[in-house]
Write a protein that binds this ligand. Structure first.
Ligand code: ZN
Length: 152
């Protein structure tokens, strides 16, 4: 995939998921939840997970934010559903490496599947926090953290 294609896919995906977010709404059967906030942009996200036998059986989110944070939460909930907690943590690690430029080592882009489109966010450094907010919130939910996550 060349850079122009990647950018086009990125913009399409942000528009599509930003307008029609998947898995939007409170999951009443959730047993892992967390809230996150990105003060720079004003994004708010609440993540709901139902974890059964080390597997994420269901996932949803609620929130108010820009198209990028909404699209990221939409794709995150789609991608982690049906995965083990270990796989979800590995996705978090790779996603984080990808959007931050991978100073701690190169990300496994192939393992990210559709999420690899978020490489496009690196062009807009101020948006990196919007894209990664749902992922930090995911990790907090899996770790059972009580305090609200902040990207600051
Ligand atoms: Zn944002």
């Amino acid at each position: 995939m060349d850079f122009a294609e990647l950018r086009e896919l990125y913009q399409e995906m942000i528009l599509d998921h930003g307008r029609r977010p998947r898995n939007f709404g409170r999951l009443t059967s959730a047993n892992h939840t967390a809230e996150g906030h990105n003060p720079v942009c004003g994004d708010q996200v609440a993540l709901y997970l139902r974890v059964e036998d080390g597997k994420i059986a269901d996932a949803s989110f609620e929130g108010k934010g820009c198209a990028i944070s909404t699209a990221s939460a939409s794709l995150l909930t789609t991608e982690v559903k049906g995965r083990s907690v270990a796989e979800a943590n590995e996705l978090f690690r790779n996603f984080h490496l990808m959007v931050t430029g991978g100073r701690e080592g190169p990300p496994d882009i192939e393992a990210l599947g559709k999420l690899a489109i978020f490489q496009g966010v690196r062009e807009f450094p101020i948006r990196v926090k919007c894209a990664s907010l749902p992922w930090h919130t995911l990790r907090a939910a899996l770790e059972g953290k009580k305090e609200k996550v902040s990207t600051e």
